[in-house]
Design a protein around this ligand. Sequence first.
Ligand code: AGP
Length: 606
Amino acid sequence: MCGIIGISSNKSVSANIVNSLKKLEYRGYDSAGIATLSDGKINEFKSEGRVDKLEQNFDLKNLKGNIGIGHVRWATHGMPNSVNAHPHSSFNVSVVHNGIIENSTVLKKHLVEQGHNFKSQTDTEVIVHLITENLKTKDFEVAITKTLKQLHGSFALGIVFKDMPDLIVGARRGSPLAVGYGPNENYLGSDSYALKSMTNKVTYLDDGEFCIVKKDQVLFFNEEGKKINKKILELSSNEASYDKGDFKHFMAKEIEEQPNTIKTGIKEYIDKTNSEINIFNFPWKVSEINSITLIGCGTAYHSCLMAKYWFDELTQLDVNIDIASEFRYRKNRFKENSLYIFVSQSGETADTYAALDLCNKNKMKTCAVVNVIESSIARDSKFVLPIHCGPEIGVASTKAFLGQILILYILALKLSSLRKEITKENYQEKIKDLQDLPKLIEKSLLIDNDIQAISSTFNEAKGSMFLGRGFSYPIALEGALKLKELSYVHAEGYPAGEMKHGPLALIEDGMPVVVLAPRDSYYLKTISNMQEVIARGAKVLLITNKIKDEVVSENIWETIEVENTNNDLLPFLLTIPLQKLAYYSALKKGYDIDKPRNLAKSVTVE
Ligand code: AGP
């Protein structure tokens, strides 16, 4: 999604703006731009494509200006090209924007009638002209407050003014925005990651607030334009974890980091000595919760679905799951004894945040399972269970998925124990098995040669299917999502038992089909479904777990065996070959693995 940076300094800012834009590249984008103020002028430079191209096209090294804004754009209104790229400027104002202005068409009509000329097809340009118009009659802060009130929709903004060469205005509604503090300079950024190389001291703007950033001072205002005080937070994680190291792609690194993700999660949540789960500060009594709703988007939604299988297995709780973009507009019946769990890597996904906000407004019990603990979803949830998997940069989520399902599994176990729905022996046995998981993941990662050979078949196919039952069904969905987003191959995740109700018609000679059939209670049923697709010509890649018994089936094209563990934990291991399958397919096609086309890491618009 779009990324914003702004710097107000006592020295030239262009190099640091460009560096910060490179940090924001992970969000996914199609064009980039920068504007600085110098000698009473706005200097605006924009290009379609990557930040490198912006640097090649313009001599940014010699660009003057101690104050400036930068942007990477993920197109919403208007084609990705240099005209629609941000910043957008009038003769006196320049703006960068992340979000969507829903009433831009109406506003534009009025502004055109007032004589404003528009150059781009974007909704953002409306903001530029609206400020220019409001500055004609109002004092500075009043003009800003008025402009923000006239905008409907979501935004994070960075604004510079030709006639005020010592300040940047930042504003937030819906889309995240952080202020950073440095020596003789201060910053604005879409996230703390963009500011990381310059500072670890940040303040997050809350919805409706705006700020004025000068090199030696930052002022904050509420939506009525009244000055407010805000806390400065000190961030902890180190810059080194943002490095690819010897890996070709962040995704490859993040896949290999998964034993560590699980190790860290276990260290944080499991008390080995007493075989107990360390979730003590749960703010509600278990007797106050009789149902759970898990909400997320994309991979995080798959984590929710995975968790439903575990909660159903381990507890008597009534468990529902929902896609955030559906939940937020549905007529929901909010019940007092429900716990709402929001799952998100970034903690900034607009739909998930809106669903959380809705629950908070209805005074529900809200809990976040997030990776970025400084995020909006973490800050606004009543209880937070961090994933602790470190920064995930590849757009395709890998280690965050395993991190999310680990925490959700641990929570299901804990609630089962507190509700006395699991015997002490069984509980402790499951905790013990968990501790072996990092090693088993490590071993299951050693499949690169097999997967590389198999991946060509998926590349060349018109389409593919991923089938699973029970605990393996959410993993089939996740495997299909990974292949679609990285290799741009049509991939459908389906419950294996549902094939005969329609999708079986898709199977034709040579179509690659992944069947997830670990030796759990669904095994024989899944194997029967697998036979049905083989009989219709499918090329089946069977993924199962290593046990002594041979697989009772014929005509399987390829088999991959992951390590063995208890049934609850098999989904962790089944995920690994699917991540690698997607990775190698995209690698063979030469696609941009860490930044697949049309996608963004942090989806901060609806
Ligand atoms: C996963 O590979 C995706 N890129 C995407 O589905 C992602 O999981 C989704 O956008 C939710 O993001 P979040 O976890 O940051 O909320």
